[in-house]
Ligand binder design. Structure first.
Ligand code: KG4
Ligand code: ZN
Length: 336
């Protein structure tokens, strides 16, 4: 089954053709990041406009790269939630138009489910059940995937998402948007013991996260140094901060693995590209006899190949939509 998939939830306009949920026949991504960088973050109105301008060309290119036409396609998959509402609407409306005109089934896909599905492409024999840490710019979840479309949230952030926590601290340290990746690179050269930072827990909910206090601790460290006229070694601060965020992520997900007994641990989302997170989880899984599955680095960021992968399993589960489909800015991953 060949699915034409569309993604436009944030600042990437993407289209892909994926066969049977695992084989990527084409994948095209038009990123807007350089434009948003000028403003230090994604400007929703600009994102919607750029999606509108790019979507026809991106979808056409995805079909051309796959050497297919619309008549070879069996269904249309589209990210419909969560994300920037104006941005999502561009993809959803375009997908609805294609579905109606070509008479093809329309498959709505949850953005975080598609991030998890990037692992089905990277590791073609990976199958649920498994435990998954989903870490992105907007979300931080520990998920139990019972099957491809039955997902249970075991833990989540109470305030900032991991990516947001990286970006906000990176911005305070003078790095360009999106700061997470810059902080990751700089942290590789720093001493992670140079600064003492907290590892916040959430009382009564040991699998939940809270990153806002940690971010504030870094901002306070920077302000205090500035007031005293002291220079801060940003590589050391980046290394200490990255270690603190990663310690919290690893602590909770390994606890969830112990509690549920899952032997397969999966990571997904843009922040799953973080080099320390990858190394630390690999060590922990080795120590505890678990297997770690990580998306290929090229699939960590937003793309449509992962949407095509998840769309296939949503289709098999009977989760299709009609012309009533609407975009949703917020929707829980367990609801699909
Ligand atoms: O796609 P995106 O804007 O948001 C969601 O899908 O929710 O996520 C991008 C996020 C940014 O916060 C960025 O800083 C972070 O992923 N990120 C990283 C790394 N690469 C991307 N954070 C830490 N380490 C990285 N290597
Ligand atoms: Zn994403």
């Amino acid at each position: 089954m060949k699915i034409l998939a569309i993604e436009s939830s944030c600042d990437e306009t993407a289209a892909a053709v994926v066969e049977d949920g695992r084989r990527v026949l084409s994948s095209v991504i038009a990123t807007q990041v350089e434009e948003h960088k000028l403003y230090g973050g994604v400007v929703p109105e600009i994102a919607s406009r750029r999606h509108s301008e790019s979507i026809v060309g991106v979808v056409r290119e995805a079909l051309e790269q796959a050497q297919l036409t619309l008549s070879d396609i069996d269904a249309i998959g589209v990210t419909y939630a969560p994300g920037l509402i104006g941005a999502l609407l561009v993809g959803v409306n375009f997908a609805k138009g294609l579905s109606l005109s070509a008479g093809l089934p329309l498959i709505p896909v949850h953005h975080l489910r598609s991030h998890i599905a990037s692992n089905y492409i990277t590791t073609p024999d990976l199958e649920p059940p498994f435990l998954c840490l989903v870490v992105s710019g907007g979300h931080t979840h520990i998920i139990e995937a019972k099957d491809y479309t039955t997902l249970r949230i075991l833990g989540k952030t109470r305030d900032d998402a991991a990516g947001e926590a990286f970006d906000k601290a990176a911005r305070a340290m003078g790095m360009p948007y999106p700061g997470g990746i810059h902080m990751d690179k700089l942290a590789e050269t720093g001493n992670d013991k140079a600064f003492t930072l907290p590892r916040p827990t959430v009382e009564g909910a040991p699998l939940d996260f809270s990153f806002s206090g940690l971010k504030t601790a870094v901002i306070n460290t920077l302000h205090n140094a500035k007031q005293k006229g002291q220079d801060i070694n940003t590589a050391d601060l980046a290394a200490s901060y990255r270690k603190a965020v990663v310690d919290c992520l690893v602590r909770n997900v390994m606890r969830a693995a112990e509690e549920t007994g899952h032997k397969k641990l999966v990571i997904a989302g843009d922040v799953s590209a973080n080099s320390l997170l990858r190394r630390r989880l690999q060590e922990e899984c080795k120590k505890t006899g678990r297997t770690l599955y990580m998306p290929h680095l090229s699939l960590c960021g937003d793309n449509a190949a992962m949407v095509g992968a998840q769309a296939y399993y949503e289709y098999l589960a009977g989760n299709t939509a009609g012309m009533e489909l609407n975009a949703c800015a917020q929707r829980s991953i367990d609801l699909g």
